[in-house]
Design a protein around this ligand. Structure first.
Ligand code: NAD
Length: 388
């Protein structure tokens, strides 16, 4: 192994909100749980507010805090740039980092527009560095196992798919107008934020792309109280209201390459549903069902057993032998939301060390953005079918 291959990977993370916390935990945990081929150093965390980013650095264990991401991504002592800011900033940061020769981990959505996503994918292809997108649910062990079972033919040819990502945090009409509700920063609403996860997951599980879509998007509460940001705390500011410029709900149908229809729903108005991502793949020999709220479980149905014995079988995916479970706990000792982020770091570091291309690639991210843009186009055209 050469010096370069053995050297410590020095990471800079841009952003320090929800995903900043999740990624910090993963950068800290993955090297302690898995035998990674490269050591990791949490070098610099970057944000716009000096005091707040310094506080985040101390709390999460970053060596330095900085306020200028351009300066940081150009530094010689940084190897990996981890982007955990809102979607409108992803293209500029990722392209600058790739052009500076840094490996990039970028949160989803890849970008807010197809054009920006395509530019990022081109930059990744033209770079000698590794670029990976954060569709983290691909790294939930039960979903990795589901993909393997489908690839092995356990449910036969896929005939129909249902995927829904349901939350309810906008049911309150006084919930503030955060960046997630503003098109210039978020790109889209439920469609782009959580609908993207549903599309990626269906494509990941079936290994088939969505080729055409028909759907509608809707905004239920059109004006909300403007948000003020105090250090580390976002809340409503006063009596000022502003326009919601993204969708609250998206309901669409997609056709997969193999011909199966897939029903998708993405909503922040599913009263009572906190973070329910459900996927059900129905095949000619069986079916597989998953719900993120019980994320260690797969429900598998096998039509080839005698009729009298048929029914969905609940499988707890914590058995040893699964590549993500080797570092964790004995079988049956459950994993949670944060573990998938550690698996993401594991896969990225292994790919960097091996010089292989990790998935999801930026090209895959751009393709998901195409599907989402086609849903918006369809909605604007009375749910006409749009080919991607
Ligand atoms: N993989 C997942 O499951 C998952 C889950 C949640 C969010 N996300 C994605 O992660 C990204 C961040 O979301 P979040 O929930 O952490 O948001 P957040 O609002 O909690 O945090 C965003 C952070 O970015 C910083 N920021 C904003 N604009 C910036 C700029 N121009 N330069 C530097 N910093 C800037 C903010 O100060 C904040 O620290 C989004 O793209 C979101 O879609 C992914």
């Amino acid at each position: 192994m050469g010096e370069q291959a053995r050297a410590t990977l020095r990471v800079a993370m841009i952003g320090y909100g929800f995903m900043g916390a999740a990624h910090s935990q993963a950068w800290r945990t993955a090297p302690r749980v898995f035998d990674l081929p490269r050591a990791v150093e949490m070098s610099v965390i970057v944000g716009r507010n000096e005091d707040a980013v310094q506080a985040a650095a101390s709390k999460w264990g970053w060596r330095e805090a900085a306020t200028d991401w351009r300066e940081v991504v150009a530094r010689d002592d940084i190897d990996v740039v981890d982007i955990v800011t809102p979607g409108h900033s992803h293209d500029e940061i990722a392209i600058a980092a790739l052009e500076a020769g840094k490996h990039v981990l970028c949160e989803k959505p890849l970008a807010n527009t197809v054009e920006d996503a395509d530019r990022m994918a081109a930059a990744a292809r033209g770079s000698g560095a590794i670029a990976m997108l954060g569709f983290t649910y691909r790294r939930v062990p039960a979903l990795t196992r589901a993909r393997d079972l489908i690839a092995q033919g356990r449910i036969g040819a896929v005939q129909q798919v249902r995927a829904a990502y349901r939350q309810d945090w906008l049911v309150d009409p006084e919930a503030p107008l955060s960046w997630r509700l503003q098109k210039d920063q978020a790109g889209a609403g439920a469609l782009g934020d959580i609908g993207g996860h549903a599309v990626d997951l269906v494509q990941f599980l079936t290994d088939q792309q969505v080729t055409t879509v028909s759907g509608v998007v809707d905004t239920i509460v059109k004006r909300r109280p403007v948000e003020t940001e105090r250090i580390g705390i976002a809340g409503r500011g006063g009596d000022e209201y502003g326009d919601v410029t993204v969708d609250d709900v998206a309901i669409f149908t997609g056709r997969l390459e193999g011909g199966a229809l897939a029903a998708f729903e993405a909503t922040r108005f599913a009263t009572g549903r906190k973070n329910e991502l459900t996927v059900e793949i129905s095949g000619e020999k069986g079916a597989i069902a998953f719900n993120l709220e019980n994320m260690n479980e797969l429900h598998v149905y096998d039509r080839t057993t005698p009729d009298t014995d048929q029914g969905f079988t609940r499988i707890i995916v914590t058995e040893p032998g699964h590549p993500y479970l080797e570092g964790w706990w004995p079988t049956g000792h459950m994993l949670g939301y944060e573990h998938a982020f550690s698996h993401q770091v594991k896969d990225l570091v292994e790919a960097i060390a091996a010089g292989t291309v990790p998935t999801p690639t930026f090209d895959e991210g751009a393709q998901v953005q195409r599907v989402l843009a086609a849903v918006e186009e369809s909605s604007a055209a009375d749910a006409r079918w749009i080919t991607i």
